[in-house]
Design a binder for this molecule. Structure first.
Ligand code: NDP
Length: 283
């Protein structure tokens, strides 16, 4: 791999950043594509985030993925934003244009839709309501992408109902907020159920939703990917529902980021999923 003085520089920033799998994914693609490029992890001090970003104006870095806790501040730091990033109120990708401007985008939503297309082929987002468990940044990004993809209704169910309501208020009338007590009725005609809480991370129990109440055709997705087969997904499989895992979403959100930063598609021959599964001890 060549990294010359003219190398295209991309990266990811977050606090903390050590756990990020993005450098592994992007550098594997860079190597396979034979690019003069690099993708580096950054952990700016939270109080210095804006200074850190503004310093890259003019193209010192081509692009920067952004993760917890900076996604909202990344949107605010940009000069222009895609519809998706504006709707989501958060950006996970900043592109530093040669004219000095910063463009914000959000690839988490396309990542979610891409994962569904791969692991639940033929699923029609527009056919039935979606239930999202959780009301944090991930739920917000998912809501924006699902609405743009034609979901007839998005139902946000969260432990803290006020947070679900705030999310619903930020969107149009197609988004409703609810608490756990309403969940059984909301699951009964759901086409897609997504865990966007951190429940299940590290092998613990997932959200308490009774998945037997969902239609047989429903698809169940978990954004959590450690472990790959979360307790929530195992429960969905046990009642015969199709499932979509969070690792595929992670990989799919990286694809448009790579294309925007390096100007080429990730080489198809790289088995990035296999590489991550081995790293996660699942391979
Ligand atoms: P936030 O911290 O913004 O939100 C966390 C959500 O989980 C809130 O809705 C919170 O509810 C809920 N929650 C946390 N603990 C509990 C609990 N004990 N009981 C009930 N609800 C709980 O996180 P994000 O939205 O950024 O991320 C959510 C998850 O999605 C994380 O696991 C993250 O790793 C994953 N993710 C995966 C991605 C992928 O590519 N696969 C991309 C982005 C995120 P409350 O409001 O009541 O506190």
């Amino acid at each position: 791999m060549t990294i010359s003085g003219a190398a295209v520089v991309g990266g990811v920033c977050g606090a903390p950043i050590k756990h990020s799998m993005s450098p592994l994914i992007h550098n594997a693609w860079i190597r396979a594509a034979g690019l003069d490029a690099v993708y580096a992890p950054f952990a700016p001090r939270p109080e210095d985030f804006e200074t850190f970003v503004q310093g890259f104006r003019g193209g010192a870095i081509r692009g920067l993925n952004v993760t917890i806790p900076f996604k909202e501040r990344a949107l605010a730091a940009a000069d222009q934003a895609s519809d998706l990033a504006s709707m989501a109120g958060a950006a996970n990708l900043l592109i530093f244009e040669a004219d000095g401007s910063i463009h914000a985008d959000n690839t988490d939503g396309p990542g979610l839709l891409g994962a569904i297309a791969v692991q639940a082929p033929g699923f029609d987002v527009a056919a039935a309501p979606v239930v999202i468990l959780g009301a944090g940044g991930a739920a917000r990004g998912a809501t924006a992408a699902l609405l743009l993809a034609g979901a007839p209704q998005v139902r946000i169910v969260n432990r803290t109902v006020a947070r679900a309501q705030a999310l619903a208020d930020a969107f149009a009338e197609k988004v409703i907020a609810a608490g756990d007590a309403d969940l059984p009725a909301l699951l009964a005609d759901a086409g897609l159920v997504i865990n966007a809480t951190s429940l299940g991370l590290g092998g613990g129990e997932g959200p308490a939703a009774d998945l037997t109440l969902t239609p047989e055709t429903a698809v169940v997705m978990d954004m959590v990917y450690k472990p790959l087969r979360t307790e929530f997904l195992r429960r969905a499989e046990a009642v015969g529902r199709r499932t979509v895992d969070g690792l595929e979403m992670l990989l799919r959100q990286a694809v448009p980021s790579f294309e925007r930063m390096y100007g080429v598609a990730p080489p198809a021959e790289v088995d990035a999923r296999g590489m991550l599964l081995r790293i996660l001890g699942e391979g």
